[in-house]
Design a protein around this ligand. Sequence first.
Ligand SMILES: *Cc1c(COP(=O)(O)O)cnc(C)c1O
Length: 393
Amino acid sequence: MQYHAANTDSLMTITNRPELVFERGEGSWLFDHQGKRYLDFIQGWAVNCLGHCPPEITAALTEQAGKLLNPSPAFYNGPMVELAGLLTDNSCFDRVFFANTGAEANEGAIKLARKWGQLNRDGAFEIITFGHSFHGRTLATMSASGKAGWDTIFAPQVSGFPKAVYNDIASVEALIGPKTVAVMLEPVQGEGGVIPADLEFLKALRALTEARGILLIVDEVQTGVGRTGKLFAYEHAGIAPDIMTLGKGIGGGVPLAALLAREAICCFVPGDQGGTYNGNPLMTAVGVAVVRRMLAPGFLAEVEARGQYLAKRLLELSAKHGLKGERGSGLLRALILDDERGPEIVQKALALTPFGLLLNAPRPNLLRFMPALNVSEAEIDQMIGLLDSLLQR
Ligand SMILES: *Cc1c(COP(=O)(O)O)cnc(C)c1O
């Protein structure tokens, strides 16, 4: 098949895409229209947690596609009920609302917190978020995000999201007032540059929000579902948040997200929340397959071990090339460069022959790694070898 410029010109420009079309994926590898293959350490932005086209997802999709696609969110369906049960049985939360994207799940979290504030906190509605945070691309979630410039692109913002300083508990305390209903954060700031919250900071946040009678919301769209070596990243801190959102990995590549909350917070009444595709069995059947795989004996321990191995290999590279180390949690990691070569390295990695390497630079001075959670040590070694050659000056 031929791809003409005219074909791609029909798409709205929302990012600068390379001149290639991906046709097929398998595990840690992607294949383009010319048959060139690429070692994928982006995986759809931490989305394909079991790699490209894993057999359990293909099976879940084909089986469910022949049975029932969408009876409407106004009715129960089997996979929806099963996945909700799997999530509540394995977390500190009691109820789930399914959504299609991380941003939509976060919108739901914001709505739930505001409703709870109307009922319990005299109309309090402010949600404290953090500088450099990322919560999505809807108007409210862009307003909640702490990305530079996002306050003006589509002005006016949705109000009510004062920004504190990540890992600085005093900055949060200083913002709490009578209008505050919640604090919302990512356990690891992914888009912000793979910056983990200190476990002590998370514990202090939980204590502070509890003492002040406000909610703690964790946005685990990027960190949830095994990415950090635990099913959910909040578990590392031994805390129990009030609300959590999931996205990305829970769908293993298909559009699925979730909003989870503890019973006392679940104050939506019929009419408050919904959506045409929410909880449809085609997507939730995939979620069931993904979560079952995460819960299989030894899977999360393997992620933890693979994360440590990746960290070790990145540190070696850093030492060899005089870079500034690495950081992250589980298989969400970053290599810190000593200059702003990130985007250039990403381009060169893509263009490598005979096969390319897919990397991401959320900031010019660092490279982010979010491979499949079942990536092999041999694939990590291969990636390190390619990166080593790219780092030679
Ligand atoms: C990706 C991401 C989102 C947005 O998810 P979408 O599915 O793209 O809407 C929200 N929060 C975090 C932490 C993310 O990494």
